[in-house]
Design a protein around this ligand. Structure first.
Ligand code: T3D
Length: 253
């Protein structure tokens, strides 16, 4: 259901349900647990989220509540735990999108720091098609990535975007040949895993917080975060490496 693979300091979490990696309660719980473990493990310094088979994820398993009165508000607590664990993971996260990403499946990809997409994959918001409101953070991330007007269009009309369209809109960082997707995602993850992990986490925090802060509050927060980064071993190493004219060897501490 959730495949976990460790490649040096990169953890790969692969959704694995037949046949489009639709998300059900068990998979969401496993994913939240996997992300929380990744946060606690200092050996993990980057995470790749992907889907096995033909899809990244089709979002909520629409068969899970068939014939029952759905308690979506309650059920969304499971999604929210996953999204919060993903967004607050203090290590770089990459979505490797090899097939369709729809509904909350797309939300999870949007909550990652980087998105790499196969030329053959597609994205669709999907919620309006079944009379729902976007959830799992989509209304937070989508307008920040593409602007309010485009986000509204993508939510209401729910077109199925090709990789080329997704790249043009800035929804994904890189489009690659299907057979190169994991290779490229792992290469980028390895590069990020060798970076100053703590400074990465603090800069992400500043960016996320900046959306709700005034300039003055942002300046104050930057000073606090810089104070913390300034006390890290990676900062010490970065300056020493610069002065010694060699590449830094960051340890994430
Ligand atoms: O709290 C709550 O539960 C509310 C939270 C909601 C969060 C959400 O994510 S709501 C949105 C749910 N997702 C969707 O509405 C997406 C529905 N699926 C699609 O739009 C398309 O299937 C895809 C774009 C994902 C993939 O298209 P394609 O052409 O590659 O495959 P397909 O032929 O449409 O689907 C293949 C099979 O998967 C098919 O089953 P069959 O006919 O072969 O037996 C299809 O019914 C099934 N499938 C696809 N999506 C889901 C699904 N089964 C269950 N749940 C799905 N989401």
């Amino acid at each position: 259901m959730l495949e976990k693979t460790r490649l040096e300091s990169v953890l790969v979490l692969a959704l694995d349900r037949p046949e489009v990696n639709a998300l059900n309660s068990d998979l969401l719980l496993a994913l939240a647990d996997g992300l929380e473990e990744a946060q606690k493990d200092p050996g993990v310094r980057a995470l790749v989220l992907t889907g096995k088979g033909r899809a990244f994820s089709a979002g909520q398993d629409l068969k899970e509540f068939e014939g029952k009165a759905p308690d979506y508000e309650g059920h969304l607590r499971k999604y929210n735990r996953v999204v919060e664990a993903l967004v607050h993971l203090e290590k770089p996260t990459l979505a490797a999108i090899g097939g369709a990403a729809a509904g909350a499946g797309l939300s999870l990809a949007l909550a990652c720091d980087f998105r790499l997409m196969s030329e053959k994959a597609s994205l669709t918001t999907a919620f309006s098609r079944i009379g729902l409101v976007p959830d799992s953070g989509m209304t937070f991330f989508l307008p920040r990535l593409v602007g309010y007007a485009k986000a509204l269009e993508l939510i209401w009309l729910s077109p199925r975007l090709s990789a080329k369209e997704a790249l043009e809109l800035g929804l994904v960082h890189q489009v690659v040949a299907p057979e190169k997707l994991m290779e490229e995602a792992l290469a980028l993850a390895q590069t990020l895993a060798q970076g100053p992990t703590r400074a990465f986490a603090l800069s992400k925090k500043a960016l996320l917080e900046s959306h709700r802060l005034s300039l003055e509050q942002t300046l104050a927060l930057e000073a606090v975060l810089q104070g913390e980064a300034g006390r890290s071993l990676d900062h010490e190493e970065g300056v020493r490496a610069f002065l010694e004219k060699r590449p830094p060897r960051f340890t994430g501490r």
